[in-house]
Design a protein around this ligand. Structure first.
Ligand code: ATP
Ligand code: MG
Length: 232
């Protein structure tokens, strides 16, 4: 008998627009984007510089708001109708961010950096500690819990940043060029790691990348030009 996997939609974005007026000209950062993403899917976003990739990802994470259009995180969160406080709550509970610049806190150890993120979902004490240790272990840094960012390599710091995004077990992980400063081999390992760990946690990933070699890890690739998604 054939096994069927029923995929469920997690994100439905409709007709997203974001325009910036710069004197005489208008920059169309997003110019009518429609996008549906399934729960557990790993989607890569490519396209030239300035095509709207970061704008799109920031919008889906509730960091930026569209001028027009709607974003629904299913079953029932309509981002545009959330008050600022509720939007912050949504980000804390549901979204893990990984950016190119690791933004770790230099005066905290790897473990403490990860714990800070897990605290956002109200974990405390032993449970918080365990969750953070587990996240660091999942990125292969079990032995470096006590190291400060300055004592870690670029790739290791990026792995701490991934552990930080994963520790709260977010439904949605947004990744914006996580490997820009890393060599090809380390970059490949980092993306494979994001893929493997997110699959095992069941998280949905949207990852912006410039590196075509990384696309093999994606379930689907979205190509952007001038604020629009190219048809495939
Ligand atoms: N706050 C802003 N004010 C004016 N223009 C902006 C602003 N934010 C983004 N833009 C413009 O919107 C367009 C899309 O920007 P975005 O950062 O989404 O591009 P990107 O695809 O992520 O590019 P890159 O690959 O260089 O990171 C660009 O032309 C950018 O200059
Ligand atoms: Mg960008």
């Amino acid at each position: 008998m054939e096994t069927q996997t029923v995929s469920q939609t997690l994100i439905r974005a409709t007709n997203l627009k974001k325009y910036y007026n710069l004197g005489e000209t208008t920059v169309k950062a997003l110019d009518g984007v429609d996008l549906t993403v399934d729960e557990g899917e790993f989607v890569a976003i490519v396209g030239p510089s300035g095509s709207g990739k970061s704008t799109l990802v920031n919008m889906l994470g509730g960091v930026d708001t569209p001028d027009e259009g709607s974003i629904t995180i299913l079953p029932d969160v309509e981002l545009s109708s959330l008050k600022p406080g509720d939007l912050t709550d949504f980000r804390r509970k549901y979204v893990g961010f990984v950016f190119q610049f690791y933004s770790l806190i230099p005066t905290l150890t790897a473990l403490e950096n990860v714990e800070m993120a897990a605290e956002l979902v109200n974990l405390k004490g032993k449970e918080l500690h365990q969750r953070a240790e587990e996240a660091l272990e999942s990125v292969g840094l079990k032995d470096r819990n006590g190291s400060y960012p300055s004592q870690l390599s670029g790739g290791e710091r990026q792995r701490v940043a991934i552990a930080r995004a994963l520790a709260k077990r977010p439904r949605l992980i947004l990744v914006d060029e996580p490997t820009g400063q890393l060599d090809d081999k380390t970059a490949d390992e980092i993306v494979k790691l994001i893929r493997d760990v997110s699959k095992s946690y069941g998280s949905t990933v949207l990852m912006v990348t410039h590196d075509r070699a990384q696309l093999k890890y994606a379930d689907r690739v979205i190509d952007m030009r001038s604020g629009k998604i190219l048809d495939v």
